[in-house]
Ligand binder design. Structure first.
Ligand SMILES: CC(C)(COP(=O)(O)OP(=O)(O)OC[C@H]1O[C@@H](n2cnc3c(N)ncnc32)[C@H](O)[C@@H]1OP(=O)(O)O)[C@@H](O)C(=O)NCCC(=O)NCCS
Length: 173
């Protein structure tokens, strides 16, 4: 079973190659790009490991997510009225995947909640960097059903596969 704690990805102790969530783009990101992008300070990936087998020296990944900063034009946001005319900062939930052996057991929900709480902590920490909300690109129809099972996502203007949640909505999550 997965451990209880999410950790920043450390490629020295984690076997990224064996992760399989059934979607090539999400697998490839973790296997090939996540550690490299972290080393370049582009974003940060967090993983929930599960207990390694006797024969393996590395932990395997049960679930992962990646957070980054992005900017949006205020016209793209659902409620732009109070925002200024220049691009506004948001936190991008860039990747989220659950290994197939753990899907439909609530781990996707747990991972999403962890990612959103992390975003809230970063954006609302007086010593951190603020963001007006969290944005994400929905991969496909299955993923859309998953995100729609939460009632706080709003579609971004003109694109139902781009979702947004205002940072203030995450205060009580
Ligand atoms: C989408 C994904 C994250 C869901 O993770 P999960 O652990 O299976 O999700 P949960 O068990 O927490 O499911 C919560 C609810 O979401 C909905 N849901 C989840 N997967 C679904 C699917 N494939 N089709 C329809 N609804 C789905 C259901 O309402 C589910 O509640 P239920 O099991 O009580 O019916 C996971 O299937 C995955 O990693 N898929 C491949 C990668 C991907 O698409 N990532 C999203 C990128 S935007």
């Amino acid at each position: 079973m997965p451990t209880a704690e999410f950790l920043p990805l450390n490629p020295k102790t984690v076997d990224v190659k064996s992760f399989d969530c059934g979607k090539a783009a999400i697998n490839t990101y973790l296997r090939r790009y996540a550690a490299k992008n972290m080393a370049l300070n582009l974003n940060r990936t967090f993983i929930l490991p599960f207990t390694r087998e006797e024969s393996s020296k590395k932990f395997r990944v049960a679930t992962y997510y990646t957070l980054a900063y992005q900017t949006l034009m205020r016209e793209e946001l659902p409620d732009p009225t109070r925002l200024l005319r220049y691009p506004v900062p948001v936190i991008l939930l860039a990747q989220l995947g659950i290994d197939q052996r753990f899907q439909r057991q609530g781990l996707g929900s747990k991972t999403l909640v962890h990612a959103l709480r992390k975003a809230y902590k970063i954006a609302c920490n007086p010593l951190g960097i603020p963001a007006t909300g969290v944005v994400l690109d929905v991969l496909d129809q299955d993923a859309l059903c998953f995100y729609q099972s939460f009632n706080f996502f709003l579609p971004l203007t003109d694109n139902p596969l781009k979702l947004f949640v205002p940072i203030t909505s995450l205060e009580t999550l």
